[in-house]
Design a binder for this molecule. Structure first.
Ligand code: PAF
Length: 280
């Protein structure tokens, strides 16, 4: 596995890799878990070479968010990636990604920012799209793979590629869950034992609503009430939003249809967690 930290080294290594076939990129912020590693597996299925980036992108954190405390463990990440068969890992410093400081030109998510998480995290998705566009420009992958847990992020990246003709195929990998159902996330590391025990409420609430949908309930109010009632059983959880949306435009839907997505964000103590389920 090749490790590069600079754009120049990346350009050199990529021209060699590209000569040996199609390349797939898995952008990450590190502190890897099985969810990330499953995306590396997917990248290896989709292309001849798997490239992973590890960069905690300051542009996508709000002023009151956890940039300073975001969990990091580069040595562990690198050994996990090596064991999983990644071909190249790009670990740039901030100055390497943003040599002139904060970029003057950024990518705007447009009206899709007013939905779901975007409503509560102003600037977040512009930061995500900007760094992903930069990574696409630097790596020039054939395919890029993102996790479905970050549902709105995946929708926006797909849309950016389409609207800006970036020429990268965007693929998503399924949400990987802990045995009790909690969606894997680097931020789960913030949870105390008591919080961790209650964080399972998010997936339970979604699964309960999915069950109701399978039983024939499609009314948005009934499904969202089922989510709220279930979450209310977990006193450490504070719902930020639960919405039923169409999977492309992210507009609210009522009644739910097959393919609609039920997405939510909740604080567990001070940790903000997200999860979603496709009603199918
Ligand atoms: O999903 C993430 O970890 C980040 O938002 C991403 C896509 C790596 C951009 O910084």
């Amino acid at each position: 596995m090749i490790l590069v930290r600079t754009r120049d080294a990346l350009a050199g290594a990529m021209s060699t890799l590209r000569a040996s076939g199609a390349t797939a990129l898995v952008p990450t912020m590190g502190f890897l878990h099985e969810g990330h590693l499953s995306l590396v597996d997917r990248a290896r299925e989709l292309a001849d070479r798997a490239v992973v980036s590890i960069f905690v992108n300051p542009l996508q954190f709000g002023p009151a968010e956890d940039l300073a405390t975001y969990p990091r463990d580069e040595a562990r990440d690198l050994s996990l990636l090596e064991a999983r068969g990644a071909d190249l890992v790009f670990v740039p410093a901030i100055e390497e990604m943003y040599p002139s400081g904060e970029p003057a030109v950024t990518v705007s998510p447009g009206r899709l920012e007013d939905r779901l998480c975007g409503r509560y995290r102003p600037g977040h998705f512009s930061g995500v799209l900007t760094v992903v566009a930069k990574l696409f420009g630097l790596v020039r992958p054939d395919v890029a793979v993102f996790g479905r847990k970050d549902f709105q992020q995946a929708v926006l990246i797909r849309r950016m590629v389409q609207d800006l003709n970036l020429g990268v195929r965007v693929e998503t990998g399924p949400i990987v869950r802990e045995p009790d159902g909690l969606a894997m996330s680097s931020r789960n590391a913030y949870l105390s034992d008591g919080e961790r025990a209650q964080a399972v409420g998010l997936s339970r609430a979604l699964l309960l609503a999915l069950g109701r949908f399978h039983e024939g309930e499609s009314g948005a109010t009934a499904l969202l009430e089922a989510v709220k009632d279930e979450l209310a059983r977990f006193p450490l959880l504070r719902l930020q939003y639960a919405e039923l949306v169409d999977p492309e435009g992210l507009d609210s839907v009522d009644p739910a249809e097959s393919g609609s997505v039920l997405a939510l964000a909740a604080f567990c103590g001070t940790t903000r967690l997200i999860d979603n389920v496709e009603l199918s």
